[in-house]
Design a binder for this molecule. Sequence first.
Ligand SMILES: Cc1cc2ncn([C@H]3O[C@H](COP(=O)(O)O)[C@@H](O)[C@H]3O)c2cc1C
Ligand SMILES: O=C(O)c1cccnc1
Length: 348
Amino acid sequence: MPSLIARIDPVDKTAGDRARAYLDTLTKPPGSLGALEALAVQLSEISKELAPAVTPPAVIVFAADHGVAAEGVSAFPQAVTAQMVANFARGGAAINVFARQINARLEVVDVGVLGDVEAPGVVVEKVRRATGNITVEDAMQPFEVEAALQAGEKAVARAYEAGCRSVIVGEMGIANTTASSAMLAAFTGTPVEQVVGAGSGLDSQQQVHKAGVITRALAARKFDADTPLSVLAALGGLEIAAMAGAYLAAARYRLPAIVDGFIATVAALTACRLCPAVRGYLVFGHRSMEPGHGVALRALDATPLLALDMRLGEGSGAALAFPLLQAATAMMADMATFTSAGMADSTP
Ligand SMILES: Cc1cc2ncn([C@H]3O[C@H](COP(=O)(O)O)[C@@H](O)[C@H]3O)c2cc1C
Ligand SMILES: O=C(O)c1cccnc1
């Protein structure tokens, strides 16, 4: 991982200034395209080009199981993780549908599912079969964190070699909102109650139990909040580590990465704590209903493009935001300027 981080350059603010100046020559009142203009500027900072290609996008879904599922913190049984991986392979999940809609290259990577999913098209990079139950032991050993981060890096390298020009990272892992909430509380010091939510569908009483499990885990585990790898090892998930590795790799290849919901944003926060320069490569796709998402977004000073009352994960909200990146670059490539249209750009 240190070698990957050493190859990450910050985004190019000068290219952003050029994009900002060009935006004001286009046939529209300055600033009138709002967040789309900010997005175009960011895409220029990332690529150093005025109107970079963002197609085709890569959708990479990392899947893994969580030992803490044994504490009854999810509305669904652990077996659903493997079943959903099979569903991804068949093309039947929400992310399959949205990925097809944006002509994405979709890859599913098993970094730690408990069972074996015999399905063509699933990349098997099992680091171990599920994390440890964080109320009784560390989630992972440091070498397992490293292996999962590398699995994420390798997946983005494959996408880049295949010609992808933007990255959407998703996840599947029953109980991963518990791991994410624990990590977020550890990183930010936010009270557990403020970072716990329904996940895949807990009622309010079950959420109180989930908060208690997280509080116990935080008290029982040793970690240093300023050492992201120790937080991953103590409380994290194999797919969360792989996602963090994927964000680092996206920055290394100068690809925009569209961040999905709560779990993805906690993984993105982890990547930014490992290497602050990653932040410039992140576009935030949507605001999830999971209450901790707001906390994670604030920690990254991020405003998502969409708010659709979604709480699914898988990369679904990021995939839905992708057309806005296409719109931002198309605006830069195809709009007329006041000069080319022979128009006055303000009252004389
Ligand atoms: C059928 C199904 C499909 C999903 N797709 C994503 N998730 C989402 O729900 C899980 C996190 O919620 P919790 O922490 O409550 O288990 C993750 O797998 C996440 O991707 C799903 C959950 C289910 C049940
Ligand atoms: O926002 C998310 O990523 C999310 C929320 C609930 C359940 N699964 C994922």
